[in-house]
Design a binder for this molecule. Structure first.
Ligand code: NAP
Length: 286
């Protein structure tokens, strides 16, 4: 029986810590603020945005809602970002992805002031991660590192396999595990003998978007398994990239879906807003 890594409980603790940090700033006369920008009316994106506003409310962070029509042009969006970059009441800027096809998401990400880039997607922040410098880190991998830490799982000297190489999960996760002294393999859709590569892992992190792809015989007994996936099974039920029922009995520890990585991603956003707000206050006072 594996230890079930309770992302929901840990996320609640992180939100409480963010709230305490927000109260300390407020006592100094500073209101931490997050601007959440949504273009269009994709229902899933709207749900994520609502959740972010709720998290802000719980943490005592002011949230500014920018719900823009789907026809918003790239220039209009870039103009808004310029204004938010210059607005001292806005410590963090989050542009909900995906953006409509007529907007170049890369240009938008790069327009955000790196000090306000609470998603940690700006090349400046990813570059800092590569260089091992402090900076805003992408929320999902940062949340996973926090879960490992909280559960006493030290990647030092371990073999880690990251399945997936996206810029928001796979690549930054690999760099964070590397920085924590794991020996890391990055696998993707062209990896040969993927199951065998996964069986080498002491720590297996999966972020592919392929429902229940990782089966029992892909996992070494005693491995730690982190499931980033948010997929639907054949009955339309939320599931992960790992066949949880098969893998849980032989894993040392495992994250469930739901209740694992997802809540941690949300909580780390609140932590990033506080990190950004505190740095901006310190910079203004320097
Ligand atoms: P993505 O950008 O689509 O990347 C998926 C990665 O998985 C790619 O690198 C792809 O390889 C690889 N892949 C796809 N099918 C594969 C296969 N059959 N075998 C091996 N590798 C395969 O996805 P993402 O944004 O990283 O998200 C991945 C999953 O995590 C999704 O289910 C997403 O909803 C979920 N997610 C959850 C959270 C959370 O907070 N819980 C946050 C972010 C994402 P190639 O590069 O070769 O195409």
């Amino acid at each position: 029986m594996a230890t079930i890594i309770d992302g929901k409980a840990l996320a609640a603790k992180i939100r409480l810590q963010a709230k305490e940090r927000a109260e300390r700033l407020r006592a100094q006369g500073v209101e931490p603020g997050l601007a959440v920008v949504l273009v269009g009316d994709d229902p899933a994106s709207k749900t994520y945005v609502r959740a972010k506003h709720r998290d802000c409310e719980e943490c005592g962070i002011v949230s500014f809602d920018y719900a823009l029509p789907a026809e918003t042009t790239e220039d209009e969006l870039l103009g808004l970002i310029q204004r938010l970059n210059g607005d001292a009441a806005v410590a963090g800027i989050l542009v909900q992805m995906p953006l409509p096809a007529h907007i170049d998401a890369e240009r938008v990400i790069q327009a955000i002031d790196p000090e306000k880039d609470v998603d940690g997607f700006h090349p400046m922040n990813l570059g800092k991660l590569v260089r091992g410098l402090p900076g805003l880190r992408p929320c999902t991998p940062a949340g996973i590192m926090r879960m490992l830490e909280e559960y006493g799982i030290d990647p030092h000297g371990k073999r880690a396999v990251m399945v997936g190489r996206s810029s928001i999960v796979g690549k930054p996760m690999s760099l964070m595990l590397l920085a924590a002294d794991a020996t890391i393999t990055i696998a993707h859709s062209s990896t040969a003998e993927l199951a065998s590569a996964c069986r080498d892992a002491d720590i297996l992190v999966v972020a592919t978007g392929q429902a229940r792809m990782v089966r029992r015989d892909w996992v070494k007994p005693g491995a730690v398994v982190v499931d980033v996936g948010m997929d639907r099974d054949e009955n339309g039920k939320l599931c992960g990239d790992v066949a949880y029922d098969e893998v849980e009995p032989l894993a040392e520890a495992i994250t469930p879906v739901p209740g694992g990585v997802g809540p941690m991603t949300r909580a780390m956003l609140m932590e990033n807003v506080m990190y950004a707000a505190e740095r901006q206050v310190a910079a203004r006072r320097a």
